[in-house]
Ligand binder design. Structure first.
Ligand code: NAP
Ligand code: GDD
Length: 334
């Protein structure tokens, strides 16, 4: 039975990856931070077989301890402060966890394996946010980076540290440069979920408006469930390498609003959207669209869920959640 350790198991990708690896017959361990993490019950619901270990990407001994306990064949480093908007307000914390945290995890593998790093296959969750002010369209593995946020800068550090450990110590270390991917499990702070949840609540009469920042930015949005398969495929190759994972199709935040509101029969959504200058970012990434030809040809990976299907499924899930919430409120009142 292969063994895997996932950092960030309580996040969106961590939960899909845990489910995916359990279904593949892995023994899966998940790193959880904090003494009473409120997201643990959700992990237990979707992947009850996962064994949870305490640890924090700010604490090297806890990472070594987790590796010693899990004895993994594969490590997926997904843990991060992942919300770009917050990274300006907490730049130091973001650098510490999202950037230096990668170095700590690599060092922990080095120590755990007694400098025989090739024994463990290591996946680093890199990001299209590293392309930032894009130098070419679409972006591929050779496109230069120009990060526009403290988060993007931290991810770029983690990316090159991963490459460096591969080149310096023979680590089997891969960096997945993943473009935005969403799902009904997405955090409420990200624009896709903020919109689909807002639309469901407006349709139920619970709210009237959604406050948003820049409606013109464009992203290459895919489905998280498809993307965790690419992470796994990267670690099954003969040689470690870096891969862009994307759909190759870009949409604006306006397109997202069109599809989400249409799903509940609202065509003129402008009266339900307030533009809040406070939600504009100090520096924006205007356009992301990825060229995943390398992942397609070498890994045999391709996305299965298109943008419309993805957003409609998120609206449907949020409508169902809103209905459940309303039912339980009615029960309490009666
Ligand atoms: P997410 O839902 O925000 O999950 C982040 C995870 O990191 C959570 O489990 C969180 O745990 C954990 N974490 C935060 N601080 C930590 C610390 N100090 N020590 C250990 N764990 C810590 O993010 P996601 O969307 O699943 O993304 C997974 C990874 O892929 C992240 O590294 C993200 O930056 C990267 N990425 C995501 C996308 C995307 O579109 N989703 C695209 C490219 C790259 P708590 O529950 O304790 O907060
Ligand atoms: N979050 C948010 N909230 N974004 C908004 C809003 C709003 O109210 N209004 C407009 N936007 C715009 C943002 O300015 C950005 O251009 C776009 O919507 C997407 O924002 P997010 O959903 O927060 O995602 P992101 O692209 O900044 O970052 C995500 O994708 C990266 C990969 O490119 C995160 O998952 C990162 O962790 C990931 O690395």
């Amino acid at each position: 039975m292969p063994r895997a350790l996932i950092t960030g198991v309580t996040g969106q990708d961590g939960s899909y990856l845990a489910e995916f690896l359990v279904a593949k017959g892995y023994e899966v361990f998940g790193l959880v931070r904090g003494q009473n993490n409120p997201r643990v019950p959700a992990v237990r619901r979707v992947a009850p077989a996962v064994r949870l270990l305490n640890g924090d990407l700010r604490d090297l001994p806890s990472l070594i301890g987790a590796l010693d306990a899990a004895q993994p064949d594969e490590v997926y480093n997904l843990g991060a402060v992942s919300f770009v908007g917050m990274s300006w307000r907490q730049a130091e914390l973001t650098s510490e966890i999202t950037g230096i945290g990668v170095l700590r995890m690599l060092e922990a593998v080095q120590i755990h394996t007694h400098n025989d790093m090739g024994r463990i296959r290591f996946y680093q969750a890199s990001s299209s946010e590293m392309f930032g002010k894009v130098r070419e369209v679409p972006q591929n593995e050779a496109t230069p980076f120009h990060p526009r946020s403290p988060y993007g800068v931290a991810k770029t550090f983690g990316h090159f540290m991963t490459v460096n450990y591969r080149e310096s110590y023979g680590a089997y270390a891969c960096s997945g440069i993943l473009f935005n991917h969403e799902s009904p499990r997405r955090g409420h702070e990200f624009v896709s979920r903020k919109v689909t949840r807002g639309v469901a609540r407006i349709a139920a009469g619970l709210e009237d408006t959604i406050s948003l920042g820049n409606l013109e930015s464009r992203r290459d949005w895919g489905f998280a469930g498809d993307y965790v398969e690419a992470m796994w495929l990267m670690l099954q190759q003969d040689e470690p390498d870096d891969y862009v994972v994307a759909t190759g199709v870009t949409h604006s935040v306006r397109d997202l609003l069109d599809i989400a509101f249409n799903r509940v029969g609202i065509r003129d959504w402008a009266r339900h959207v307030a533009q809040d200058p406070g939600l504009l970012r100090p520096a924006e990434v205007d356009l992301l669209v990825g060229d995943a030809s390398k992942a397609r040809s070498r890994l045999g990976w391709k996305p299965r869920v298109d943008f419309r299907t993805l957003i409609e499924s998120m609206v449907d899930a949020d409508l169902a959640a809103t209905e459940r919430e309303a039912r339980s409120r009615r029960r309490v009142i009666s």
